[in-house]
Design a binder for this molecule. Structure first.
Ligand SMILES: Nc1nc2c(ncn2[C@@H]2O[C@H](COP(=O)(O)OP(=O)(O)OP(=O)(O)O)[C@@H](O)[C@H]2O)c(=O)[nH]1
Length: 400
């Protein structure tokens, strides 16, 4: 449903193309979009000394309102392509994390922030959990594996995303996921069975819940709304018992016994996301917000532009080719409410560069259009984007 909304929003943009100095520019005017706000820490404002009575009152009011603020930091983990970024974007109803149909779209842990009522949810979108072999195969950065650790260390709870659409892998939690859950067993965790829309028969889900939770959560229990009453008690009990559990009881190597809850969702269609939202709001901790109300991410706009280009290159180019490209920002500015950005994509050879550009630069134009509309959704502002390709060997560049 949320995707449909995005589509409706997208139809409100008027699109124009212009070619300046041989460069295709696509200017998108959007009519009714809110603007993304700069991140600023709300926390620090409590340290400002009140200079006079009025300031003191407003300071006290602020402190009072901070006292009633809740927040929760959620690390979303899972194997590559499980749907972590899609889940976060659709739960917070804002396109913050780049997504693609290929694995390893997310290369570093980034935050997506959602504030509703008194509660601020901070999601950590983490790179897919990988083995050293996969790091080599997909030319991943050396710090790829440690990126999610940094995220989990700052999390209050772990959301474990499991793709049920793949009949080969759905019957077991991946070894990297189990290793991570075990390493951070002091943190509460919950299981998300994602992509249920792709299942022909939902009956398989009951057995999956049984197997993946080691029979500790039954399918009827997994409906969160039915067990809210026992929730707090159970979290405390599990947290106390976690270390002992791991010593006394050996986990089956496909399951995890300490999940607090199980949710069945389709991140793509939005089905089941409201239940997770309500659950997270309920378990949020009484704590002052770290970000101001309008913040959606802690990423710089330049980084968002580059990552969005990278994500669409993954979508549009075959096999391993996009993994060998290097994208970097050439230019970024904002003038009169419009973003102007240029990204350079370095290709390993002119053959690959030709492949990206396509006949008469048709493919590069398509990619540029797609990234542009992604970025309009993210920033809520018109954007004029240029993607330039350059071959490492030929040292010449093409621009669209
Ligand atoms: N059918 C279906 N597809 C989904 C769902 N959620 C995500 N996808 C698709 O799965 C693919 C991967 O989604 P991402 O959100 O990029 O996955 P990720 O886990 O962040 O991937 P990495 O960056 O590799 O870690 C995309 O093509 C999504 O459209 C879902 O609920 N149903």
């Amino acid at each position: 449903m949320q995707l449909f909304n995005n589509f409706v929003l997208a139809t409100k943009y008027s699109l124009t193309f212009s070619r300046i100095n041989g460069i295709w520019l696509r200017n998108i005017q959007c009519r009714c979009l809110s603007s993304i706000q700069e991140n600023s820490t709300a926390k620090n404002s409590s340290n400002v000394p009140a200079a006079n009575a009025t300031e003191r009152i407003s300071h006290e009011q602020k402190t009072q309102s901070q006292r009633s603020q809740n927040s929760l930091h959620i690390a979303v983990i899972g194997v590559p392509n499980a749907g972590k970024s899609t889940f976060i974007n659709n739960l917070i109803n804002h396109r913050v994390c780049p997504t693609s149909s290929k694995v390893h779209t997310t290369r570093k842990a980034s935050k997506a922030i959602y504030t509703s009522g008194q509660t601020q949810l901070v999601f950590y979108d983490t790179p897919g959990l990988v083995t050293p072999r996969e790091i080599k195969r997909h030319n991943l950065e050396q710090n790829f594996k440690s990126a999610y650790k940094h995220a989990i260390q700052h999390a209050d709870i772990i959301a474990c995303m499991h793709d049920v659409s793949n009949s080969w892998s759905r019957n077991a939690l991946h070894s990297t996921v189990l290793e991570t859950l075990n390493e951070y067993k002091h943190l509460p965790s919950f299981l998300i069975l994602n992509k249920i829309d792709a299942l022909k028969s939902k009956r398989v889900l009951l057995e999956l819940i049984r197997v993946l939770t080691n029979d500790t959560i039954s399918s009827t229990q997994s409906l969160w709304s039915r067990k809210q009453k026992n929730r707090s008690k159970r979290i405390e009990e599990t947290q106390d018992k976690s270390p002992a559990l791991s010593e006394e009881k050996k986990e089956k190597d496909v399951s995890w016994s300490n999940f607090q809850e199980v949710f069945l969702v389709s991140s793509l269609t939005g089905s089941g996301l409201n239940d997770i939202h309500d659950y997270l709001v309920k378990v949020a901790k009484e704590r002052a917000w770290e970000y101001s109300k309008g913040s959606f991410t802690d990423e710089t706009p330049e980084a968002i532009v580059v990552e969005s280009v990278r994500a669409r290159l993954l979508d549009y180019l075959p096999q391993e080719i996009p993994y060998n490209l290097h994208s970097q920002i050439e230019y970024y500015s904002e003038e009169k409410g419009t973003i102007y950005a240029s990204v350079e994509v370095t290709c390993p050879s002119s053959r690959i560069e030709r492949l990206i550009c396509g006949e008469s630069n048709g493919k590069l134009k398509q990619i540029t259009e797609r990234v542009t509309s992604d970025l309009v959704e993210t920033f809520g502002k018109p954007i004029s984007l240029t993607i330039a390709t350059r071959s490492k060997k030929a040292n010449e560049s093409k621009k669209i």
